[in-house]
Ligand binder design. Structure first.
Ligand code: SF4
Length: 188
């Protein structure tokens, strides 16, 4: 493919990113919170098995701890989150979604609906291509946190039609490939 096609695709992706950001901003404004606070609710919802606190949120969202801490305080004050003391020093806290926060923790509805309307094979191709892009960005150091199958030491496969997780001991169809897996371990 030509360089012009590469640039065209990059622009389309950029445009989709802008649309997603605008929709997220509207979703946050409607809920009376900031876009960062909406992402914080989303990260906590996506990791029910982990003890999510300010440090982990700062790492996931690549934002400074003081900014995250202030946003979390606002969410606690507004009744979207509960903060429970954790750890042995009594200073660290674990965050839990309250019912009001859970309501806003889902993905951006118009985008999810548009995605649902795509034919299955298109979704598979899109997911594989998006994972290849993410992996390239991880390798070039532009994305830091990424727990996807292709950077995981348990992944066996050809990144195209054959996918297997040695930890789960099962073959994975494309839709089962993970981009945020709690069992992920960085490949050497
Ligand atoms: S442990 Fe998770 S990220 Fe790693 S290969 Fe298995 S499913 Fe993928």
């Amino acid at each position: 493919m030509s360089r012009a096609t590469d640039e065209h695709l990059a622009k389309v992706l950029e445009r989709l990113g802008e649309v997603a950001r605008a929709l997220r901003w509207k979703q946050a404004t409607d809920a009376g919170i900031s876009a960062l606070q909406l992402r914080i609710l989303g990260v906590i919802a996506e990791h029910p098995e982990r003890q999510v606190g300010v440090a982990l949120l700062a790492e996931e969202l690549q934002v400074g701890k003081p900014t995250v801490s202030e946003s979390v305080k606002g969410l606690v004050d507004q009744g979207f989150l509960d903060r429970k003391a954790g750890g042995t020093d009594g200073r660290s806290h674990t965050l839990r979604l309250r019912a009001a926060g859970r309501k806003h923790a889902r993905g951006v509805p118009p985008l999810s609906e548009a995605m649902a309307a795509l034919p299955g094979p298109h979704k598979d191709m899109l997911l594989l291509a998006a994972m290849q892009l993410l992996e390239a960005l991880v390798q070039s150091g532009h994305v830091q946190v990424q727990r996807m199958c292709w950077t995981c030491k348990h992944y066996r496969g050809d990144r195209d039609t054959l996918h297997h997780c040695a930890l789960l001991k099962k073959d994975l169809v494309v839709q089962e490939l993970r981009t945020d897996c709690s069992e992920h371990e960085q490949a050497a």
